[in-house]
Design a binder for this molecule. Structure first.
Ligand code: THU
Length: 131
């Protein structure tokens, strides 16, 4: 799948965002090595801390369908802001455990996108190796 196709799927998922409080819609799409994709969007709550970010929705969906870290090839995360989508700290922690360190991450807004990895976004991460 091309980067653009994965980004398109993430933008399609963004349309399902439930973001009545922030009005900041985010979409994500996980691409597995077998070609299966899992969309996700942010889902807010009046108890703000209960909000789930788009990338966690997508990766949890992949796991809920039986996929695991080594099955995952890439994730796209997109928003409509002035800046490209940048995963929050909680999502970086979650992704550092649930996707490969070098899995392709595409971060985008409507104008542009960049490629990175979770290793780059969260260096020296805390994980199972530390316990
Ligand atoms: N949000 C995401 O979905 N992903 C991120 O990595 C950053 C923040 C959502 C959470 C909330 O619904 C809205 O963006 C504003 O914080």
């Amino acid at each position: 799948m091309t980067d653009q196709e994965l980004l398109d799927r993430a933008f399609k998922a963004l349309e399902n965002a439930y973001a009545p409080y922030s009005n900041y819609r985010v979409g994500a799409c996980v691409l597995c090595k077998d070609g299966t994709t899992f969309p996700g969007c942010n889902i807010e709550n009046a108890s703000y801390g209960a909000t789930n970010c788009a990338e966690r929705t997508a990766i949890f969906s992949a796991y809920a369908n039986g996929y695991r870290r080594d099955d995952i090839e890439a994730i796209a995360i997109v928003c409509e802001g002035k800046t490209m989508a940048s995963p929050c700290g909680i999502c970086r922690q979650v992704l550092s455990e649930l996707i490969p360190a070098d899995a392709k991450m595409l971060l985008a807004n409507r104008e542009k996108y960049m490629e990175t990895t979770i290793e780059e976004l969260l260096p020296l991460s805390f994980g199972s190796k530390d316990l």
